[in-house]
Design a protein around this ligand. Structure first.
Ligand code: MN
Length: 241
């Protein structure tokens, strides 16, 4: 590896680590097709039963150890396959592995964020945002209540599996709510997510069955607003364009 390339990778690693937004492990290993990250399933910042009664312990355990773990594995598999394709100069399956990298990469990122933007109810979770975050929400949505109504409606209306996400858009400094289908579709370029709710059925079906709106309503009791404010702080000021 050239000195310049090594310096760049080291700088990138420390930048991402310094942001602390999702805590992606940055261990890399050499491949003849280039260096890639060995992604790892992050620990939850609380026990599986910490979000009771709003999200049950069994759902949290399955969601973390089975679903999120599968996205981590899928992302590692896709990125390894792409490195191998580069090493062999064989891009026959480029479309397949590109799609896999987008789906599993989206899944790994969003779940890593999801665990952190939740906290035990009454102990970091619930209530309202404060300070600058509240100010931006009130400016861009009219009021906190209208933001909640907009975000909840977006979550309730996602077709199939997906997410409702609050983003910061550096180009004009606005907060934007979008849906995502699966882990990665329907997003816009140039926005960075700072919070989101998983509305795949695996996130709520054991407790809420088909009543997604009841789950979405309950979820507000576990939102970790101080983490959302941290996420905003980490990306605010980024000049994308
Ligand atoms: Mn999920």
């Amino acid at each position: 590896m050239s000195q310049t390339r090594r310096d760049f990778l080291m700088a990138s690693s420390s930048l991402i680590t310094a942001s602390g937004v999702i805590g992606v492990p940055m261990s890399t290993f050499a491949q003849t097709g280039g260096a890639i990250t060995e992604h790892k399933l992050p620990e939850l910042p609380y026990p599986y039963d910490a979000l009771e009664p709003y999200i049950d312990a069994r759902t949290m355990e399955l969601h973390h150890t089975k679903h999120h773990a599968a996205y981590v594995k899928g992302l590692n598999t896709a990125e390894s396959a792409l490195a191998e394709a580069r090493a062999k100069n064989d891009f026959l399956l480029i479309q397949h592995w590109s799609k896999q990298a987008a789906f599993h990469g989206g899944g790994h990122f969003l779940h890593s964020m999801f665990w952190k933007v939740m906290a035990p109810p009454g102990n970091g979770g619930g209530g309202k945002p404060e300070g600058e975050l509240l100010g931006l929400i009130e400016r861009d949505f009219g009021s906190f209540e209208s933001f909640q109504a907009h975000f909840s409606a977006a979550a309730n209306a996602v077709e199939g599996g997906g997410w409702a996400l609050l983003h910061y858009r550096p180009i004009d400094g606005r907060l934007i709510v979008l849906q995502a289908e699966n882990q990665h579709k329907l997003t816009a370029w140039g926005v960075l997510p700072i919070m989101g709710i998983d509305v795949w059925e695996h996130a709520y079906y054991l407790k809420y069955q088909n009543n997604r709106s009841e789950y979405v309503k309950a979820w507000w009791n576990v939102v970790n607003w101080s983490q959302v404010a941290k996420n905003l702080g980490a990306i605010k000021g980024i000049a994308l364009l």
